[in-house]
Design a protein around this ligand. Structure first.
Ligand code: NAP
Length: 313
């Protein structure tokens, strides 16, 4: 039976560590870390995601400075709000919740976020830092995957890794992070020939194709580690009852793949919780950097271990 890479468990552990870091730095900083989730319009799924991020922030002691602009807001209005948050000294992390309403281009707005407050790690400047191996906020979903792999002590050095998907949000930064961990990485996409054969080469297979149940037994090498980033709501079925909302599934046919592999993430409860947690890590790291160097020993004492050391680049 495969080991389950439990994102909820790891997220709880990281939240406990973040709470410690916030409590320890509060007096010196004179204020809690601040995260602003900027929402535009009324996409219902976004409403749930924003609420979850704000609840998670509250659990670790991060203050929420979110703003909710109406669906008809112009690009200039959203830009002005981003600039206000960039200038607000109580805000350490800014996240523009996607998708934006039709007619608003996300690129220029994402680029307007101060790279030092880029809680999502998606600013071109921070993607460039990832490419160059320099410190900076890392994209939350792939960083969460790396944390799950590290927690399960999955050996990456010299391993063959295949990433299915090449989006800027997940696939590309994922491939860079695995490469930085000395894996040999192949990136597959919708034009790749013989996806199953490519995937079967993987010791570590990360699937971020956004295609429900794309990956099955024919795509995995026995004993591989499989990370399923996909998340999809299934249409309600008769079994859900009259108020049914349908279940969730990933890009992987879990029931087919799980018996073959060494470890696998569940959906839900795998990558999703870690994505939110890494947003908190980026925010707390930026807060801490603003008022104090990372934990250091004084007077020749050995430096206290940094509770976030394994989560930061
Ligand atoms: P995306 O922007 O749609 O990108 C999907 C990528 O998969 C593209 O590169 C596409 O190739 C590739 N692809 C699509 N169909 C394929 C196929 N049949 N074979 C091989 N490759 C294929 O999606 P995304 O934003 O990266 O997200 C991927 C999934 O992860 C979605 O289900 C999303 O909801 C989920 N997600 C989850 C979390 C979380 O926290 N759990 C966070 C972010 C995203 P081309 O480039 O050739 O089109």
């Amino acid at each position: 039976m495969a080991e389950l890479l439990d994102g909820r468990l790891l997220a709880k552990d990281v939240e406990d560590r973040l709470q410690q870091v916030v409590a320890a730095g509060l007096e010196r900083a004179g204020r809690p870390p601040g995260l602003a989730v900027l929402r535009v319009g009324d996409d219902p799924a976004s409403g749930v995601y924003v609420a979850n991020k704000e609840k998670a922030s509250a659990r670790v002691g991060i203050a929420s400075h979110g703003a909710h602009l109406p669906a008809g807001s112009s690009a200039a209005t959203v830009l002005a709000e981003i600039q206000r948050l960039n200038a607000d000294p109580a805000v350490d992390g800014i996240l523009l919740q996607l998708p934006l309403p039709a007619g608003l281009a996300e690129g220029p707005l994402l680029n307007a976020i101060d790279p030092g407050k880029d809680a999502d790690g998606l600013h071109p400047c921070n993607l460039g830092r990832l490419l160059k191996g320099e410190p900076g906020p890392r994209s939350c979903t792939p960083a969460g995957v790396m944390a799950l792999l590290a927690r399960a002590r999955v050996p990456l050095e010299g391993a063959r890794a295949v990433v299915v998907g090449r989006s800027i949000l997940v696939g590309q930064p994922m491939a860079l992070m695995l490469q930085a961990a000395n894996a040999t990485v192949t990136v597959a996409h919708s034009r790749s020939r013989d996806l199953a054969a490519l995937c079967r080469e993987a010791d570590v297979l990360v699937v971020a194709a956004g295609r429900p149940r794309l990956i099955g037994a024919e795509h995995v090498k026995p004993g591989a580690v499989v990370v399923d980033v996909g998340i999809h709501r299934l249409p309600p079925s008769a079994a859900d009852g009259p108020s049914g909302r349908g279940g969730l599934c990933g890009d992987v046919r879990f029931e087919e793949v799980e018996p073959l592999v060494a470890a696998i993430t569940p959906v839900p409860g795998g990558v999703g919780p870690m994505t939110v947690t890494m947003l908190l890590v980026n925010t707390v790291a930026s807060w801490r950097a603003a008022f104090a160097p990372p934990v250091a020993g004084a007077g020749g004492e050995p430096a206290a271990a940094d509770p976030l050391a394994d989560l930061l680049p």
